[in-house]
Design a protein around this ligand. Structure first.
Ligand code: IFM
Length: 480
């Protein structure tokens, strides 16, 4: 979508607003055993039969470990002024503690320096679900020592990059890692035990608090955490469904927000879980540690959860029902209003100093046709969500940036490569990159610092298509 297509009307964002994309180490880097990297839990998990669609692995992924320079070139061509990436713990500390792998650290130093040279602000996530396998062998996140190991790892990265990374994110989506990885077992390390899931969530939060202290001492940047915030709403007017949705909402959101901003767990859900022997062990000072002040909250938003009561629905006694309406290829509801509602509610109730949308995006079944990817639905999705973000900003949310998930199609965890989230298409046979229409749309947004107003966005306009053509040299970047 160009400004021309909307008569030039834009909802502007404040100067200095960050427009970027996000990725995670295991999902894009590949080079799983390159240059001294140690194995992580995902390297092990993907080799278990039947755990990942198509038997896919992150061994090569987008080969970003070797193609990072070209990938930064693509970000620059899209006019982006920020990039969120994660550091692979086992690339830096192959055993998780102790010995530092200098080659691994150097990779991130080169990446950060190249971003800064291009005026792209690096936003560094310390942990995006890829625990060193050696730590998992000693109990992983269920063991409190892993939280201490995380603080030591944070110190190593801070010592190397503390003077040049302005935004530090301790954890990505602790709720997903704790529950999907340790209670439901659909993600690495594949543990299926709800009490363990809650203990892991608690240790992730404690490790966040310890890392905040380390980062305050060792970096000049701002420090925050990225939470997956997923509002849960009842499927009917019944009191039982309302109560189930409240439990679900507390479990997805307040279970993390309350400790971080109020130094407590939500009472009702705590009582519910305690009655079932599912609460974590909490050390004396833990809640004060977790509530160490942060500079920003990262919000990862994809969809809400429509919930009904179900006595057989696991320890929370609930079940999700389809929301109806439009969905993405993940089957997730498309509803930008939910992003607005979430941003305004979180701001009102928890008062974070600053907010970044650190992930938002959608998977669709994209195809390269004649060197183009006309991902009309993703363009519409992004436009609607960006407008919702702009509305939230107007209504007082201290929103400072917006990162689209993702820069590249990549390894989508248990879905393997079957689900494409990128604004750049990746051919996983050749590693050829093709900027999708949504990539060019994002470029228009980033370079104008505004999102087109007006009715539904129908199509992006790319060179060589029927509509008015923005001045871009070519749609396909082959970096192989
Ligand atoms: O791909 C993931 C990412 O790793 C974490 N947030 C959600 C994305 C889409 O599922």
């Amino acid at each position: 979508m160009t400004a021309a297509a909307t008569g030039g009307r834009l909802a502007g964002f404040p100067p200095g607003f960050l427009w970027g994309t996000a990725t995670a180490a295991y999902q894009v880097e590949g080079a799983w055993d390159g240059d001294g990297r140690g194995p992580c839990v995902w390297d092990t998990f993907v080799r278990l039969p039947g755990r990942v669609e198509g038997g896919d692995t992150g061994d090569v992924a987008c080969d970003h470990y070797h193609r990072w320079h070209d990938d930064i070139g693509l970000m620059a061509r899209l006019g982006l002024n920020a990039y969120r990436f994660s550091v692979s713990w086992s690339r830096v500390l192959p055993e998780g503690t102790g010995r530092v792998n200098q080659a691994g650290l150097d990779f991130y130093r080169r990446l950060v320096d190249a971003l800064l040279e291009r005026d792209i602000t690096p936003a560094l996530t310390l942990y995006h679900w890829d625990l060193p396998e050696e730590l998992q062998r000693h109990g992983g996140w269920a063991d409190r020592d892993t939280a201490a190991a995380f603080a030591a790892y944070a110190e190593v990265v801070a010592n190397a990059l503390g003077d040049r990374v302005p935004l530090w994110i301790t954890h990505n989506e602790p709720s997903l890692h704790a529950i999907v990885g340790h209670a439901v077992g659909r993600h690495a390390p594949g543990v299926r035990d709800w009490r363990t899931g809650h203990q892991v969530a608690h240790h992730l939060l404690v490790s966040h608090g310890w890392a905040v202290e380390v980062l305050r001492a060792g970096t000049t940047g701002k420090v925050g955490i990225s939470l997956a915030l997923e509002p849960a709403v009842p499927s009917t007017d019944s009191a039982e469904d309302a109560a189930a949705a409240r439990r679900h909402d507390d479990h997805l959101n307040a279970w993390y927000l309350d400790p971080l901003f109020r130094a407590r767990y939500p009472d009702d859900l705590w009582a519910w879980l305690a009655a079932r022997g599912l609460t974590p062990e909490v050390g004396f000072d833990d809640l004060a540690t977790i509530a160490a002040p942060i500079d920003f909250l990262g919000v990862n938003f994809y969809h809400r959860r429509v919930t009904c009561h179900d006595r057989d629905g696991g320890p929370l006694e609930l079940r999700e029902v389809p929301a109806g309406g439009t969905t993405t290829a993940m089957g997730w509801e498309v509803r930008a209003q939910s992003l607005y509602d979430m941003l305004t509610a979180v701001s009102r109730e928890y008062g974070p100093c600053e907010v970044y949308v650190t992930e938002n995006g959608a998977a669709y079944d994209d195809r390269v046709i004649g060197g183009r990817v006309h991902d009309v639905e993703r363009v519409a999705y992004l436009a609607q969500h960006m407008r919702a973000a702009r509305d939230a900003l107007s209504d007082g949310v201290p929103l400072r940036g917006y990162f689209v998930w993702s820069l590249l199609d990549n390894f989508q965890w248990d879905s393997g490569y079957a689900k494409r989230f990128g604004v750049i298409h990746v051919d996983f046979q050749t590693q050829c990159r093709t900027v999708k229409d949504s990539g060019w749309f994002l470029r228009d947004v980033a370079t104008s610092n505004g999102v087109p107003l007006g009715p539904a966005i129908t199509a992006n306009v790319a060179p060589g298509t029927d509509g008015p053509a923005p001045a871009v040299p070519s749609l396909t970047e082959a970096s192989s």
